[in-house]
Design a protein around this ligand. Structure first.
Ligand SMILES: Nc1c(C(=O)O)ncn1[C@@H]1O[C@H](COP(=O)(O)O)[C@@H](O)[C@H]1O
Length: 163
């Protein structure tokens, strides 16, 4: 059963949001993915957010670009934690997406990560950390993920020393 719901406003967001899915797979966390838009499919968006907890999801990750209302609107309809990923827009480089997601009114938070690929990856890790707070096996996977990161840095140091 999926623990994380990954949604995006358009298929054009997939290039970014695939990095969320990649890290969830790496951490062996079951997830589902879908295209849902607060603007274009408001009824589906409401239904998704309202049913998310009962369907067993623990965290929702929502990626959107431009007037990125999807994360905030989903957050308004669910008590699950929502992580918003600002997708890099063409016109304003994602600053519009970032500000749309991060500037929520008091009472309805969305956890907001950085614009683009690094943010999308971090959204997946953050979701794993939320689940890992209550699930030791997920916490162990996160420890291993960090070890792998450290090993990569060690390789970089060796590579730099040889230059
Ligand atoms: N920001 C939103 C929402 C929403 O917030 O509901 N729905 C679609 N979009 C965004 O519109 C951008 C352009 O979409 P198209 O490429 O389909 O024209 C995408 O980045 C999408 O996330």
């Amino acid at each position: 059963m999926a623990q994380v719901g990954v949604i995006m406003g358009s298929i054009s967001d997939w290039d970014t949001m695939q990095h969320t899915c990649d890290v969830l797979e790496e951490l062996n966390i079951a997830y589902e993915k879908d295209v849902i838009s607060a603007h274009r499919t408001p009824d589906e968006m409401f239904a998704y957010a309202k049913s998310a907890r009962d369907r067993g999801l623990k965290v929702i990750i929502a990626g959107a670009g431009g007037a990125a209302h999807l994360p905030g609107m989903v957050a308004s309809q669910s008590t699950l934690p929502v992580v918003g990923v600002p997708v890099q827009s063409k016109a304003l480089n994602g600053l519009d997406s970032l500000l749309s997601i991060v500037q929520m009114p008091g009472g309805v938070p969305t956890a907001t990560v950085a614009i683009g690929k690094a943010g999308a990856t971090n959204a997946g890790i953050l979701a794993a950390q939320m689940i890992g707070a209550f699930d030791e096996s997920v916490a162990e996977k996160l420890v291993n993920y960090r070890k792998t990161m450290q090993e990569k840095v060690t390789e970089m140091r060796d590579e730099l020393a040889g230059k």
